[in-house]
Design a binder for this molecule. Structure first.
Ligand SMILES: [Zn+2]
Length: 303
């Protein structure tokens, strides 16, 4: 299904589900909402504050690229009224379980939702191809995702609609401030080249004018081979790359191999909030952490 098709049908679906929900009796224990990954869960938790807590599917430290649904998470899915996920490009493990859910469950694919701007991968191993699924790393996309959450939650749980709208408006205002703050933080290091381990940061880079010289792994689940490693080592030397960024889930030995015999340093950046407690505060901490790590490692470098 194409992105434009999703965009076209989503508002209609929301209205339809709103009608169905309006006919359902109110639940005493609050609405059951599920989010796939921690950053999405954080935005939803902020929208839902005071009405209930969303359930997180992919636990901290796990990668959504290679995840298998645990029985407890499968149960949470089957009991859910609303499920937010990024889309098949990120949480492939959810494609089947989501398609097996009863029709009453509202499933919202955020990467193709209205207002979310997507980018294509520049040099993914599979050639000219996929849409980069790491959409949440652009705070403006996060604001668009929040807007969708407000609409969906207000329709799914009309008794708390005002709360969702007020919370959501506050989230969106905070995201605008966060964007300005991070822009300012990163201003001194825009244009300094660096390497990342997997191509997850394009949205962040595009938004804040950063300059990645490439990704070590062609795909998140496949580490680079010997040939790729020697090419990258050459690039580090000739391209005057001061930093190689690894991620919490990746083997640090790989990064050490890359910088051996060069003046480059290793930094750690985390697109998912692996080291953070899931909840309302995670998204801003994740974004500030990214900015701080990038600046910390890049500030002494440069061409
Ligand atoms: Zn990724």
């Amino acid at each position: 299904m194409t992105a434009s098709f999703h965009r076209f049908v989503a508002p209609g679906l929301i209205v339809l589900f709103a009608l169905v929900w309006a006919a359902l009796p109110a639940r005493a224990d609050g609405i059951k909402a599920v989010a796939s990954i921690a950053p999405v869960h954080s935005l939803l938790a902020q929208v839902m504050e005071g009405a209930g807590r969303p359930r997180l599917l992919v636990p901290r430290g796990a990668s959504p690229h290679a995840y298998a649904l645990k029985p407890s998470a499968a149960r949470a899915l089957s009991e859910a009224q609303v499920v937010f996920w990024v889309g098949p490009g990120l949480e492939r493990f959810l494609v089947k379980p989501l398609s097996a859910l009863p029709r009453r469950v509202m499933v919202v694919e955020l990467a193709t939702a209205e207002g979310v701007k997507t980018r294509r991968f520049k040099d993914a191993g599979g050639g000219e191809g996929g849409t980069d699924p790491h959409v949440w790393l652009d705070p403006l996309n996060a604001a668009a995702m929040t807007r969708i959450m407000i609409t969906v939650m207000a329709n799914a749980d009309p008794a708390n609609a005002v709360l969702y709208r007020n919370n959501g408006a506050a989230v969106r205002a905070r995201l605008v401030k966060l964007e300005a703050e991070i822009s300012q933080t990163l201003e001194p290091v825009t244009g300094v080249p660096y390497l990342v381990f997997h191509d997850a940061f394009g949205y962040f880079e595009d938004r804040f004018g950063l300059h990645s010289a490439g990704a070590a792994a062609a795909a998140a689940e496949r580490p680079p081979g010997a040939k790729r490693i020697s090419a990258l080592r050459r690039l580090i030397r000739t391209g005057k790359i001061p930093c190689v960024f690894t991620e919490p889930e990746f083997e640090p030995a790989l990064a050490r191999t890359l910088i051996e015999g060069t003046t480059a340093r290793i930094g750690i950046i985390d697109p998912l909030g692996a080291g953070l407690t899931p909840g309302p505060g995670l998204y801003a901490k994740l974004m500030r952490g990214l900015a701080r790590s990038l600046k910390g490692c890049l500030k002494d470098g440069g061409p």
